[in-house]
Design a binder for this molecule. Structure first.
Ligand SMILES: Nc1ncnc2c1ncn2[C@@H]1O[C@H](COP(=O)(O)OP(=O)(O)OP(=O)(O)O)[C@@H](O)[C@H]1O
Length: 295
């Protein structure tokens, strides 16, 4: 089953159709479901386990992949279908993380012949509301504030530039409140906190050099500085892959992060706002089989 978010990445229906044709040419039979609104992809994925399909494919951006993941995780491990991806989003971080090339032929080949590999997940449990599984990363502070405020219309028209614009706009307005929490029981404070399950953040940018979806470790990045200059400095370091090596940045492997204050501050995961502080972030007890491109 293919679950397609027609709004992802400014609607890439042609790329989807070409991928579907390539899949059919490889002998795959397909069921396509199109989302109408947020939440549909999760519901469709949960329903898929009850029908005769052998894989659920998220066609959209990282937010759609996160929704499909959470639908699949509603079932026990022995009934859980593997997750495949057709990346059609704005940043497609998961595709970069697993080395998936974006041509329709490559995407179809992976789904038809790629190998499902066990991937560990993060689990974000807010004090209020349901827990969510996370593939790539969860964050709070400046970065989650930008995700919450980025204008959807602008994102559809300009793609990643909308994030650049919103980052600059918010960097001179955001009050940078102190985030407080515990990382494996040790207290810390920061202006922005990112908990990475994988290596990459926001695109092909290495945030957690030791991150690996196939290991059961999370990586904390706690960024203490506030204000526009700090944001620009962190962006440059991220782009050059050196963010985790900055002297004032805390970077460490961990299994549990509690973010306690300020209560009500937004938390984003896999590129979408999902909760408010306080939250408890752990390595999820359950895993998913994710279809990786072949060698
Ligand atoms: N039909 C729909 N209409 C509006 N929103 C939808 C629809 N289907 C899914 N969504 C929501 O759209 C949001 C963005 O989707 P997604 O992340 O897949 O695309 P993107 O933002 O373009 O890509 P990326 O995350 O890679 O930047 C998600 O929160 C998802 O739940």
């Amino acid at each position: 089953m293919i679950i397609f978010n027609p709004t992802a990445g400014g609607a890439k229906k042609r790329r989807l159709n070409k991928t579907l044709q390539a899949l059919q040419a490889l002998g795959c039979s397909l069921v396509l479901r199109e989302t109408q609104q947020r939440g549909d992809a999760e519901r469709f994925a949960a329903e898929a386990a009850l029908s005769a399909v052998d894989m659920v494919v998220a066609a959209g951006g990282d937010g759609t992949m996160n929704e499909v993941l959470n639908g699949l995780m509603q079932h026990p491990a022995d009934q859980r279908l593997p997750l495949g991806i057709i990346p059609l989003g704005t940043a497609n971080v998961l595709a970069l993380e697993v080395g998936q090339r974006l041509t329709p032929a490559d995407m179809a080949r992976t789904l038809a012949t790629g190998t499902p590999q066990t991937v560990h997940l993060a689990l974000v449990q807010p004090a209020a509301g349901p827990a969510r599984h996370v593939l790539l990363m969860a964050s709070a502070g400046f970065d989650a504030h930008v995700v919450e405020h980025v204008r959807l219309g602008l994102k559809r028209r300009t793609g990643k530039l909308a994030y650049v614009f919103e980052t600059l706009w918010q960097a001179v307005r955001y009050p940078f409140p102190r985030l407080q929490g515990y990382c494996d029981q040790q207290p810390f404070e920061a202006a922005t906190v990112v908990v990475c399950n994988g290596r990459l953040y926001g695109g092909p940018f290495v945030a957690a050099p030791d991150g690996n979806l196939q290991s059961d470790e999370l990586y904390l990045l706690a960024l203490p500085r506030r204000g526009l200059l700090a944001v620009l400095g962190y962006a440059v370091s991220l782009a050059s892959g050196s963010l985790s090596r900055r002297p004032e940045v805390t970077y460490r492997a961990c299994h549990e992060v509690m973010l306690t204050a300020p209560v009500g501050a937004p938390v984003q995961a896999d590129g979408d706002s999902i909760a408010c502080l306080p939250v408890h972030i752990t390595v999820a007890p359950e895993t998913i089989a994710l279809v990786y491109p072949g060698a």
